[in-house]
Design a protein. Structure first.
Length: 444
């Protein structure tokens, strides 16, 4: 059998096109075919012209019989490119029964998937011949992301399409039970305001040294402590710094002493750390310290953890502007790069059901503003972040600017955007000497 026959089926295309040319109001083959074929990309070039004419007529509630389609192609000057009147007659003769249209359309669409799969494998082989040995893991992840997208295919698209009324009863039944958060922050007031649902992307933003890492690492620990799988991508801090912060926060050992090590650590510090060790070791908390993280790497980690734990994880990314795109396009501006990353992370969250919390930097706009309180418009490099985020939390500390402030030790979590709740300000306490942020009422 030739390669051409493996890659397409002219007979199946003719069956579908013919059925559409023979459609009647009682047997609407066009609607059945359109559910599968969409814009007709799977068809041969000549059949794409015929299909476009059929879709235009059908959309205008006009007949799609052979005379009307021939007239439409003649009107647009595409009749000869579509094969002429004789070929239209041949297609009509090849029509399958209306009950078989969807089956043959799926076969046509399946051959498009074969062609795309073959092309993806060819690209992978070409990349394998050219890739640097140090870049092999990135190349594999990029190829895996492409295959994942192909595997989703039309079935996933179909799952998102349907009649509104078909979902109402199931939705009402689901309302009988309270909605459970997919992740928790460990901060009571914040959890009441920001309800984290599967597929949400939360942006935590602030100027440097405001406590973004302390907040998000504390969220990771609290979420893992609740038994939920948690993943931290730390591009800003290495393994030693992250472990020091975790130990400082959980064992209440001065972060500066952990950073110095040796004689700086007292016997009581060691006792506190040893007591905290069993609990920390058992947490479902994973870390990735790679300095180069792309959306495909994040997707790969989420899928691996979901397979291992049976639950999509909470993902912390510290921080978003340090990420790379999968394209490695050196011509991208920072705005374009961050916009692409933001959109990809949103798609990954929705596809996998993971909750993502992304740290982000703010520009200097707030520092020139009275009170220096940040705003959502201060997000650096991309307005796409604001568009994609389910919630945006802006950190502000008065004592960062006025050490003698009456509000020393307090952090305002300004909820600048919140799709699942109100926009408000939650005030919490910072204990940055322990590398953590706590509820105001907590003493430990």
């Amino acid at each position: 059998m030739s390669e051409q026959l493996v890659m397409e089926s002219p007979e199946a295309e003719a069956c579908v096109m013919g059925a559409c040319l023979m459609a009647t109001p009682a047997h609407d083959a066009v609607a059945d075919a359109a559910r599968v074929l969409g814009d007709g990309e799977a068809l041969s070039p000549a059949n794409q012209l015929v299909w476009s004419a059929i879709v235009r007529l059908h959309g205008a509630s006009r007949p799609t019989g052979l005379p009307m389609v021939e007239a439409e192609l003649r009107r647009t000057g595409e009749l000869e490119r579509a094969g002429g009147p004789l070929r239209l007659s041949q297609l009509a003769t090849a029509a399958c029964g209306p009950d078989l249209v969807e089956h043959y359309a799926e076969l046509v669409q399946g051959y498009l998937a074969v062609r795309r799969y073959t092309a993806a494998l060819a690209r992978a082989q070409q990349t394998a011949r050219q890739v640097s040995p140090t870049d092999v893991p990135d190349a594999i992840r990029a190829h895996q992301a492409e295959l994942d997208a192909l595997a989703v295919g039309a079935a996933e698209a179909d799952a998102h399409f349907g009649r509104l009324g078909d979902d109402l009863i199931d939705h009402l039944k689901s309302l009988e039970e309270p909605v459970q958060a997919a992740a928790v922050t460990g901060l009571v007031d914040l959890d009441m305001v920001v309800k984290m649902r599967p597929g949400n992307v939360i942006v935590v933003a602030g100027r440097p040294a405001m406590g973004k890492s302390a907040l998000t690492l504390g969220v990771a620990l609290a979420n893992a402590h609740s038994g939920r799988p948690t993943l931290v991508h730390s591009m800003e801090m290495g393994k030693a710094e992250v472990l020091n912060r975790v130990m400082a926060a959980r064992a209440r050992v001065g972060l500066h002493r952990l950073m110095d090590g040796g004689p700086a650590l007292e016997d009581d510090d060691w006792s506190r750390m040893m007591r905290a060790l069993p609990d920390l070791s058992a947490l479902p908390l994973w870390t990735d310290y790679a300095s180069r993280v792309t959306p495909s790497r994040v997707r790969h980690r989420i899928k691996a953890l979901t397979r291992e734990t049976g639950q999509a994880p909470l993902v912390i990314i510290d921080y978003l502007q340090l990420m790379d795109t999968d394209q490695r396009n050196g011509r991208q501006t920072p705005y374009e790069r961050v916009s692409e990353i933001s959109r990809e992370l949103k798609i990954i969250a929705e596809e996998t059901g993971a909750v993502m919390i992304c740290c982000a930097q703010l520009n200097r706009g707030s520092e020139h503003r009275e009170g220096k309180r940040p705003q959502v418009s201060d997000l650096r490099d991309s307005g796409q972040l604001e568009q994609d985020a389910s919630a945006i939390i802006l950190l502000h500390r008065e004592d960062a600017y006025e050490p003698e402030s009456a509000r020393a030790g307090e952090v305002d979590l300004i909820i600048g955007k919140n799709r699942n709740g109100p926009t408000t300000t939650v005030t919490v306490a910072h204990q940055l000497h322990f590398g953590r942020i706590r509820d105001m009422a907590k003493d430990d």
